[in-house]
Design a binder for this molecule. Structure first.
Ligand SMILES: Cc1cc2nc3c(=O)[nH]c(=O)nc-3n(C[C@H](O)[C@H](O)[C@H](O)COP(=O)(O)O)c2cc1C
Ligand SMILES: CCCCC(=O)C(=O)O
Length: 387
């Protein structure tokens, strides 16, 4: 049965926002501003910041503003069904939670709260390799909810095999391999505060709990954490990876594999040629290449080039239901929500994440209806106009 996401609107009008959800805004574009009052300057700078001048981060939003929805009338969109099927599993809506590392910097329960919120809504959470909780802890918190795993690809095959084995064992179904962060960009907000959460224990929980990684250390993390952290960072940064080596991942992972960080149409084609099951069109929320193309501008060509041969997912700049509609119309099968749910987590832990995701899905549902569509599958570029 199709979930009635728009019902959250009535719930709020009848019960107010103070009921089961923490009382904060339903305007997801205003979340950063209110989260700024809750977070430490370091955590805020890390989450909200981008690479260099912030040009790509701004471009991501400007691109959404350039595309306009052209609503259709009298189409009978009273009954909507937002569900999509990805890799054989029906999702209630075309939205997943993007991999975001070190979530304990915004809320003590971090990824555990996010996992519970995601599971309650049946929305897949993509767990980051740089999480503050282990693969096993997050799986337990998420119960039977859908979960995917994001890999920062270690250059040690045994460690890679061990981490992926743990993820499979714990019921993570799809693997998202992030390619755009093999070294960290110049990030002035973090540099100015000399703050990088990965250089502390937070953000290395998965590595430090990994037997194959621990076997590589001269001293255990309990004896010498700083050295262990540096060894881990050195393991997943660097360029010994190549298109050819994707076959190694294929051998280690028997489920779907998606490459995240694809922006060039030729790379999208290469991903398909390499036998990948999907791609995430993403510029990492403008956190890596300053001056890069808006992710939304990369989407239509890529969707056209690979559509049908691999699943095309999208992220970077999604803030509203209308944004989701636009990305779907331009060829994405589903989108990843990033910073907004992290701000939800900051506001109210599990309830905060739930409120943000429910708000997004309600807004998507109502916007889809008012634009004249019943399902994501009915959308095409003709739903939009540039203006
Ligand atoms: C604080 C923060 C941490 C992130 N950590 C990861 C990560 O560990 N792995 C990853 O693939 N992407 C990571 N990302 C990128 C997101 O998955 C996603 O691509 C990005 O947030 C999309 O941009 P948006 O949040 O502006 O919509 C991170 C993003 C933020 C904001
Ligand atoms: C090595 C960086 C991991 C976290 C991340 O992806 C980000 O801060 O954007």
């Amino acid at each position: 049965m199709a979930e009635k996401f728009g019902g959250y609107q009535n719930e709020i009008y009848l019960q107010g926002l103070g009921g089961t959800t923490p009382a904060f805004t339903t305007d997801l574009t205003a979340l950063e501003e209110s989260a700024a009052k809750l977070l430490t300057p370091q955590a805020l700078g890390y989450v909200a910041g981008g690479a260099g001048s912030g040009a790509t981060m701004r471009a991501n939003r400007e691109a959404f503003d350039r595309w306009k929805i052209v609503p259709r009338m009298l189409t009978d969109a009273t009954e909507r069904d937002l569900s999509v099927t990805l890799f054989g599993r029906r999702l209630p809506a075309p939205v997943l939670l993007a991999p975001v590392g070190v979530q304990t910097i915004v809320h003590p329960e971090g990824e555990l709260a996010t996992a519970r919120a995601a599971a309650a809504l049946d929305v897949p959470m993509i767990l980051s390799t740089a999480a503050a909780h282990t693969i096993e802890e997050v799986a337990q918190a998420g119960g039977s909810g859908p979960r995917w795993f994001q890999l920062y690809w270690p250059n040690d095959p045994d460690v890679t095999a061990s981490i992926l084995g743990r993820a499979r064992e714990q019921g993570y179904t799809a693997l998202v391999v992030t390619l755009d962060t093999w070294t960290l960009a110049w990030r002035p907000r973090d540099l100015d505060q000399a703050y990088l959460p990965f250089l502390k224990a937070e953000g290395t929980a998965i590595a430090m709990s990994d037997p194959a990684f621990r076997a590589r250390l001269a001293k255990t993390p309990e004896e010498d954490l700083p050295t262990a952290i540096l060894q881990w960072v050195g393991m997943f940064t660097g360029t010994d990876k190549s298109w050819d080596r994707l076959s190694v991942l294929r051998e280690l992972w028997d489920g779907p594999i998606l490459l995240k960080g694809i922006q060039h149409v030729d790379d999208a084609r290469r991903a398909v040629d390499a036998g990948m099951d999907g791609i995430v069109v993403s510029n990492h929320g403008g956190r890596q290449v300053d001056g890069a193309l808006a992710s939304l501008e990369a989407l239509p060509r890529i969707a056209q080039a690979v559509g049908g041969r691999a699943e095309v997912l999208f992220d970077s700049g999604v803030r509203t239901g209308a944004d989701v509609l636009k990305a779907l119309a331009l060829g994405a099968k589903a989108v990843l929500l990033g910073r907004p749910y992290v701000y939800g987590l900051a506001h109210g832990g599990e309830d905060g994440v739930r409120h943000v995701v429910r708000s997004l899905l309600a807004e998507l549902d109502l916007t889809l209806a008012l634009a004249g569509y019943r399902t994501p599958g009915e959308l095409s570029p003709s739903a939009l106009q540039r203006g």
